[in-house]
Design a protein around this ligand. Sequence first.
Ligand code: KG4
Ligand code: ZN
Length: 348
Amino acid sequence: MNRINILAIESSCDETSAAVCSGGRILSNRIATQAVHAAHGGVVPELASRAHMQNIVPVVDVALKESGLQLNDMDAIAYTQAPGLIGSLLVGGQFAKSLSLALDKPLIAVNHMQAHVLANLIPDAKPSFPFLCLTVSGGHTQIVRCDAPTSLTVIGETIDDAAGEAFDKAAKMLGLPYPGGPLIDKHAKEGDAGRFRFPEPRIPGYDFSFSGLKTAILYFLRNAGTAQIYKEEFTASAAEQQRFIQENLNDICASIQGRIISILLNKLSKAAADLGIRDLCIAGGVSANSGLRAAFKAMGAEKGWNTFIPDFQYCTDNAGMIAITGYYKYLEQDFADLSAPSMARGFN
Ligand code: KG4
Ligand code: ZN
């Protein structure tokens, strides 16, 4: 059989991306990041849809050129069906459907969260089944059990904020621009994670919570680190708060990041030990965090577990992960109808 060629499109949030995969190998993965949102302190859905419409043709064009293949060489068109911003999803979805119709090639509807997990199947060194994946992004925090590429079960998730939101909201309180996660990572590299102690929530099972941490950071900054972090009673002047942040930014970032990492890895390690699963992956935008990557590897080395992390370009939103998921769905002949709806929510 010839190699299966898939053209994939991702447009769930604020990255317009196209990728080509051939026989399960990624030949190209192009991402157009939408700079327009930075000035607004977060993603503006209407602006995101408009930017996708402007970017999608050129992004698909460069991804195809880089792959060395033609549109006619494609066996199927894959796209992100859910979850995400509905206007953004519709742009990529309609584009993929138009291509599928015009080329008379099958259409493959991909779930974005499943794709984040399967980004771990892109490299040659792949995890063995069953494996556990900690998926940490701006909208989700999940522990997923993966028994086969198309058999995924969410065994734990956040009951409030996602890990990426915790990073971004902490960064906002520190006066850092959106998205703050990568900036906290940068400052944390120079800081002492043991300097300030933030509480670890007690949530049963494999679920997560980050709202208590957010409140603790708020009070801690409000009292400029002078009182116990859980206490609300003392409020420093705005100038004192500013000075405290400026003088201690690296240590504050390292301490916040350290707590987010321990919340995540304690739950993952509990799940791995309980279920006796030895292959562990991380995925999603927050898996680009250098502290999390290092702590995850160190945990694996200490416990004798195999750890896998996608390449940096496959951690944040990208069409490469949609292409690899499309490939496994193609092998099962799992095709979608042109009437398949885009959906803001949903996993599997
Ligand atoms: O998966 P993703 O690109 O988009 C969603 O589907 O949400 O994740 C975006 C999230 C944002 O919250 C961003 O701040 C976070 O990933 N992020 C990071 C880092 N790079 C991206 N958080 C911490 N450290 C990083 N280096
Ligand atoms: Zn994502």
